[in-house]
Design a protein around this ligand. Structure first.
Ligand SMILES: CC(C)(COP(=O)(O)OP(=O)(O)OC[C@H]1O[C@@H](n2cnc3c(N)ncnc32)[C@H](O)[C@@H]1OP(=O)(O)O)[C@@H](O)C(=O)NCCC(=O)NCCS
Length: 147
């Protein structure tokens, strides 16, 4: 049994924790780039807190001035399948809705089956493939109309 998950905007003090999690998701990512991302998109970076621990984050961005994008989402392994990711993605989606974005997109590795199930459960629709987007691996490109 896990406690109540609280999702809120991340503060700059939490950037190193987010950096650690982001590196687990994408080992090649650099703290400097994460800091740059934070400076531009901080109003789309959410963190999940559970019993005083930071257990996940979702980082959004804006593409072509018209589209919300999920750049990263990660939940610590121990806390998966307890609705943390759900709360994170809903918080970001709602933020995009409040800012009148009509579309939200994301890329996922073609063999990241757990994430694919998570996104499809959240009504994202696969609209294409980006060959070798992740080094040798292809990405699937997903879209959700924000109604
Ligand atoms: C994808 C991820 C963020 C989901 O977070 P989570 O907190 O475990 O997800 P939730 O518990 O909120 O799941 C919500 C629903 O999504 C679906 N889902 C999530 N993980 C799933 C899995 N491993 N297998 C099948 N369905 C899954 C289920 O329908 C689930 O609802 P249910 O538990 O009531 O059946 C998490 O697995 C993760 O951090 N993975 C590693 C990082 C990663 O791959 N990120 C995506 C990069 S593109």
């Amino acid at each position: 049994m896990i406690g109540m998950v609280k999702v809120r905007l991340a503060s700059i003090k939490e950037l190193s924790v987010i950096g650690d999690m982001w590196k687990k998701l994408e080992p090649s990512s650099k703290y400097q780039d994460i800091l740059k991302f934070y400076m531009i998109f901080r109003r789309y970076i959410f963190i999940a807190e559970l019993d005083g621990n930071l257990v996940g984050f979702a980082a959004g961005s804006v593409k072509d001035d018209i589209r919300g994008h999920l750049s990263a989402i990660y939940v610590e392994e121990l806390y998966r399948r307890h609705g943390v990711g759900q709360k994170l993605i809903e918080s970001l989606e709602n933020k995009f809705r409040r800012e009148n974005f009509r579309k939200m997109t994301l890329e996922v590795k073609e063999d990241n089956y757990n994430a694919i199930l998570f996104y499809e459960r959240n009504n994202f629709i696969c609209i294409g493939k980006k060959p070798r987007y992740y080094g040798t691996k292809d990405a699937l490109f997903y879209l959700k109309e924000l109604t």
